[in-house]
Design a protein around this ligand. Sequence first.
Ligand SMILES: NC(=O)C1=CN([C@@H]2O[C@H](COP(=O)(O)OP(=O)(O)OC[C@H]3O[C@@H](n4cnc5c(N)ncnc54)[C@H](O)[C@@H]3O)[C@@H](O)[C@H]2O)C=CC1
Ligand SMILES: CC(=O)C(=O)O
Length: 325
Amino acid sequence: MKEASSLCKLGFDIDKGAGFFCQVPSPVHDGELIVLQPCERLTKVSVIGAGNVGMAIVQTILTQGLADEIALVDAEADRVRGKMLDLQHAATFLPRVRIVAGTDVLALTRSSDLALITVPRETAAASRMDQLRRNVALLREVVPTVAEGSPESLLLVVSNPVDVLAYAAWKLSGFPSSRVIGSGTDLDSARLRCLLAEHLGVGAQDVQAYMVSEHGDGALALWSSVRVGGMPVLSYLQKTHSLFDAEALEGIRRAVVGGAGEVIGLKGYTSWAIGYSAASLARSLLRDQRRVYPVSVLSKGFVPGNAHEVFLSLPARLGRRGVLG
Ligand SMILES: NC(=O)C1=CN([C@@H]2O[C@H](COP(=O)(O)OP(=O)(O)OC[C@H]3O[C@@H](n4cnc5c(N)ncnc54)[C@H](O)[C@@H]3O)[C@@H](O)[C@H]2O)C=CC1
Ligand SMILES: CC(=O)C(=O)O
């Protein structure tokens, strides 16, 4: 009998079991029995806060097959159970995935590979400082508990103000800064790419453009880094194309920064775009894709000469160990 211990690709027939089985050794000798051994853990993703944003993230993670187990935690017991059942019914159309939900952060999130924090929505009446105090207090309840049950997990903070809360989550978790990330200006960058793509008449996936520094009003556009199909097009377009003068660029920046407010004014909240953004970050982290995203990271040591402990949205490489620099 020969143990299947080497890791050549097994292929699609145990597709969903890729987390369960070692893959067939090569070459396979006639007459030898190949034993498939459990070798890799399943991938578990926890989402704390099953509101509009949390559910959009779960929906996107589910349809992209990024997790074998999803744990949903929310303070509203009945509502989160209803959401779990609805998702379980939906998941019958997808490869096998376990979905659990409830209010117990420690029990539900235990042994997560990735935990996303999406609690709670801002209230229009509260000042930004009041919101910050309230959300830090919430993170004080949630983050140490997640860290206790999942000491090796990655933490992805989405709640606002995201850059500041990513810092709070880092401090509260006791994790190395490489494993605590805020979704940062990834969504602002998506909005910028969307607007540039519209102006240029190209697909948004072919537009590379970054907003950096702080998610929201303080976000800065890195105009000199805009590329279309790998070409630095903006300086050329500015010279040749009246649509890209300084005023037009400032108009695009304002539309990006005002994008959230516009959507919230019309539908009450934003959800789908952050759902896709967070799932894309989750993919790069869990699958070690090492793609570069503008996300909130500890800027100390990340930016040469910066000695302050501040989380800022900067382009960072994301892989299985978190921020790779
Ligand atoms: N970083 C970004 O780009 C974006 C961030 N956001 C932020 O995401 C957050 C969530 O927004 P929404 O989902 O629209 O809000 P929501 O109000 O729909 O959902 C929040 C959920 O958190 C739950 N919750 C409250 N306290 C809790 C606790 N102690 N434990 C567990 N669950 C608790 C609530 O029951 C609710 O289901 C907000 O801070 C929002 O500003 C939203 C969009 C984009
Ligand atoms: C709400 C929010 O932060 C956004 O959609 O950008």
